[in-house]
Design a protein around this ligand. Structure first.
Ligand code: NAD
Length: 481
């Protein structure tokens, strides 16, 4: 049985789309058709933005409610999202191949967790503060919602990345038009169902799936959209930044990554390796922040290559819906083609595959690629410079700490990274010298209460934590001499 939607969530109701075109969704593990949703067009974006604008401009509406009033509705929204948690996980795993054991912890919990977090935060964050003036009197400094937000998200962690935006935007008093990725649309429709059940006022949240260049670009360019919050590829991010620049529209960009995992010479590999899977191969490498360049001290290079080879060989590969699966399929046939072409380039440029490199035997359906470890890679190789977004790691030797930091920073990207050491203080010192938005010492568990984002080609701005709320607020000063 397939899951089919024929309407879009616009203005608090399920509305007929402007065209009969549909987005078909296939299982990454079996390649079977599993559902469809309407392919939103420019006219649907226009309708959704108009609804969001009306809801925002309503003088007694969402933006003007007290923080407490919004928080009450957001708490109900969080409850409804949590009720749908197993369904989110199932749908996402079927669509993009994320193993359920990974999805349960992230995609199942993050939507409700972040919605509750920002409901709590907005209750505790005063919207106004009176400051003594430099000259006479005082100034009232107000935090106001930015306005209508266009939120555009990718397919790899579709719910987490959606709620990195929705939860703080709604808490701040913004209204939102969400455009999910065409590859993960079935889960996005559940958000509409949860919003409806929670009683979110009409127009506060609207969901329009559609193509990036069509619906997505139209949303970015829409004059009634005040801010764009985008997560996706660096190429699309540049196009969106240019469009926002022309319109002087605020934009947050969370883009690609090619992070380094630095193993210091004192690392206890036996202790470190169990945490390496989620730091390097999570979601079969379809994770923006993972460390896909492994920097190994030259004198321990062979030992590190062996450890990663063993790790890659130990990971159960299979259907994403199977609880024992650690490595599922890639999200699409196109993604598998891309990853396979990088593997071929890696070999052509002199890299040595120690394990993997092909498609796993016995899995004839589904877009699977074996976890692949490359040794003898230098940092100028294509597989060390470009984001592959697949289960492919490059192990690169370095001479000393300064050399490790130099190689880590020799990248167009600057999103994440890890440092592995027996001496946490030394690890923090190295982490301070790595030019990225976040670094983990002896592991990487994203802290949803701390700012997350990138430098260089990895993006602009930060999401999560109190800073993630501030990204949807603007400041106004009211002078009273
Ligand atoms: P993508 O850029 O192809 O698409 C992302 C979203 O943007 C989709 O909804 C797509 O339809 C839309 N889109 C594409 N072009 C657009 C345009 N010109 N105008 C408006 N919308 C447009 O990325 P993807 O393949 O879905 O996702 C993978 C990429 O996302 C990787 O590069 C990955 O590193 C990045 N990513 C970054 C983070 C982060 O937090 N930095 C997190 C996850 C993924």
């Amino acid at each position: 049985m397939t899951i089919d939607y024929n309407q879009l969530f616009i203005d608090g109701t399920w509305a007929a789309p402007s065209s009969a075109d549909k987005i078909a969704v296939y299982s990454a593990s079996t390649e079977e058709l599993i559902g469809s949703v309407p392919a939103g067009q420019e006219a649907d974006i226009d309708g959704a933005v108009a609804a969001a604008r009306r809801a925002f401009d309503d003088p007694t509406g969402w933006a003007h409610w007290t923080a407490y009033e919004r928080a009450v509705v957001l708490d109900r929204f969080a409850d409804e999202l949590l009720t749908r948690s197993p369904e989110f996980v199932q749908r996402i795993s079927a669509q993009n191949g994320m193993p359920v054991r990974i999805g349960r912890k992230s995609e199942g919990l993050v939507p409700s967790m972040l919605t509750r977090y920002y409901a709590d935060l907005i209750r505790r964050t005063p919207a106004e503060e009176t400051r003594p003036s430099f000259i006479t009197g005082s100034t009232l400094v107000r935090k106001e919602p930015i306005g209508v937000v266009g939120a555009i998200v990718p397919w790899n962690f579709p719910q987490s990345l959606t709620f990195f935006k929705l939860s703080p935007a709604l808490a701040a008093g913004c209204t939102v038009v969400l455009k999910p990725s065409s590859q993960t649309v079935l889960d996005s429709m559940l958000i509409g169902e949860a919003a409806e059940a929670a009683g979110l006022p009409a127009g506060v949240l609207n969901i329009v799936p559609g193509s990036g260049r069509g619906a997505g670009m139209h949303l970015v360019n829409h004059p009634d959209v005040d801010k764009v919050a985008f997560t996706g590829s660096t190429d699309a991010g540049r196009t969106i930044a240019e469009a926002c620049g022309r319109q002087l529209k605020q934009v947050t960009l969370e883009l690609g990554g090619k992070s380094a995992g630095i193993l210091l010479d004192d690392v206890d590999l036996a202790k470190a390796m169990p945490a390496m899977f989620s730091s390097t191969l999570l979601n079969q490498g379809q994770s923006c922040f993972i460390s896909t360049r492994i920097l190994a001290p030259r004198r321990r290079y062979a030992e590190v290559v062996d450890a990663f080879t063993m790790l890659a060989r130990s990971l159960p590969i299979g259907d994403a819906l199977d609880k024992s699966t650690a490595i599922g399929p890639l999200a699409s046939a196109a993604q598998r083609d891309t990853v396979e072409s990088y593997i071929a380039k890696g070999v052509a440029e002199g890299g040595r595959i120690t394990t993997g490199g092909g498609r796993p035997k016995g899995l004839d359906r589904g877009w699977f690629v074996e976890p692949t470890i490359f040794a003898d890679v230098t940092n100028d190789a294509t597989i060390a410079r470009e984001e592959i977004f697949g289960p492919v790691l490059a192990v690169i030797p370095y001479d000393d700490d300064a050399d490790a930091v130099r190689i880590a920073n020799d990248s167009d990207y600057g999103l994440g990274g890890t440092v592995w050491t027996s001496d946490v203080e030394r690890g923090k010192d190295i982490a301070r010298r790595v030019r990225t938005g976040s670094v983990g010492v002896n592991g990487y568990t994203m802290d949803h209460g701390a700012p997350f984002g990138g430098v260089k080609a990895s993006g602009l701005g930060r999401e999560l934590g109190p800073e993630g709320l501030a990204a949807y607020q603007q400041l106004k000063s009211i002078y009273v001499p």
